[in-house]
Write a protein of this length. Structure first.
Length: 337
């Protein structure tokens, strides 16, 4: 049984002692350890069963801490991004200092850093006095946790769960790196590509190709997966079997006589609301004894929809296909199988 509570002082004390603490952020719950303690960080990989080639994010409590994790001189663009979006759901990748252990970055010379927009998390990090290395507080490849209960269901070997209720955004942070006057999105998330371009009109904002080598967390093709098969559809299937649940991000006409369990994530089609509910609903569906498979209808890959589809395609990747409007089975690139 995981010890849990709302004591940030106790949580920060454990962090300083090299222990593991799960804590809330505005995105999802994180599993934290002292980011300057290689042995403590190694326990994160062990607890999550996470491969060592997948780097972690360092969480800080103020912009003033950046020189301890980012090598000087720090890019002016990095500082502008931090000042614009922190605290908030943006992670920035930049050259690391010697203080950051290689295990945090999986041997890369760059490190991913963010300042969460969650008062509980910020208080704990500040009290700990060190950057906190933290991926999501779940078993590797499984659904991200958005409530304390989700953490308890998956992790049993951590030292403390700092409770903070349900997360606000429910979707991991956007991860970016800076190359001159180009902002490259390594992982879409809570801050959309459109928002970045709007806030920085003189900068070129581009999406990273997933085929590149891993530069940041969440770039693996298969990730965020429920225990039950998940299939993506271009539209609502004509036949909805009783054993399947249909997941909708926005309202759609439902075939007459459909017997599937139907879950609508936003009655108004608000994709921000849908994103906030997505992981919690997937947790419920994978625990529902009457549901054997999950069908989900795609949304347009624009705005927050880009982040939603990034997670859904990775959740469905192990099942290798989605079904298009003609009932043809295709892989994630649209190729017929």
């Amino acid at each position: 049984m995981i010890k849990s509570g709302k004591d940030t002082i106790f949580a920060s004390k454990l962090i300083k002692e090299g222990k593991l603490v799960a804590f809330p952020t505005e995105t999802v719950y994180g599993l934290g350890a002292n980011g300057f303690d290689a042995k403590a960080v190694a326990r994160i990989f062990e607890a999550k069963k996470r491969p060592s080639f997948d780097p972690l994010i360092l969480h800080i409590s103020s912009i003033e801490e950046l020189p301890t994790v980012f090598k000087k001189p720090i890019s002016p663009m990095i500082m502008q991004l931090a000042e614009k979006y922190w605290p908030g759901p943006l992670t920035i990748v930049g050259p690391k200092t010697a203080k950051v252990p290689d295990i945090v970055t999986s041997g890369l010379k760059t490190v991913a850093v963010r300042m969460p927009r969650n008062k509980v998390a910020l208080k704990m990090i500040k009290q700990a006095g060190v950057p906190v290395a933290a991926p999501s507080a779940n078993l590797f490849g499984r659904l991200s946790p958005t409530t304390p209960e989700h953490v308890k269901e998956q992790l049993s070997t951590i030292d403390y769960l700092l409770e903070g209720g349900k997360t606000d955004i429910g979707l991991e942070s956007t991860i970016v790196t800076v190359n001159g006057k180009t902002i490259e999105i390594l992982r879409p998330g809570g801050i959309s590509m459109d928002q970045l371009q709007q806030d920085f009109p003189g900068v070129n904002v581009v999406m990273s190709a997933t085929e590149k080598h891993i530069q940041a967390p969440g770039q693996l093709r298969s990730h965020y997966s429920p225990r039950k098969p998940l299939y993506l559809h271009d539209s609502v299937p004509d036949k909805l079997p009783e054993y399947a649940a249909l997941l909708l991000f926005e309202p759609h006409p439902i075939p007459e006589g459909a017997k599937s369990k139907i879950v609508l994530l936003s009655s108004t089609g608000d994709l921000t609301e849908a994103a906030a509910n997505m992981f919690a609903v997937l947790h419920d569906l994978e625990d529902d004894p009457e549901v054997e498979q999950i069908y989900a209808v795609r949304v347009k890959e624009e705005g927050i929809g880009m982040a939603i589809m990034d997670r859904m395609k990775k959740a469905a990747y192990r099942y290798s296909h989605f079904v298009d409007d003609q009932g043809m089975v295709r892989d994630e690139s649209g190729n017929l199988l």
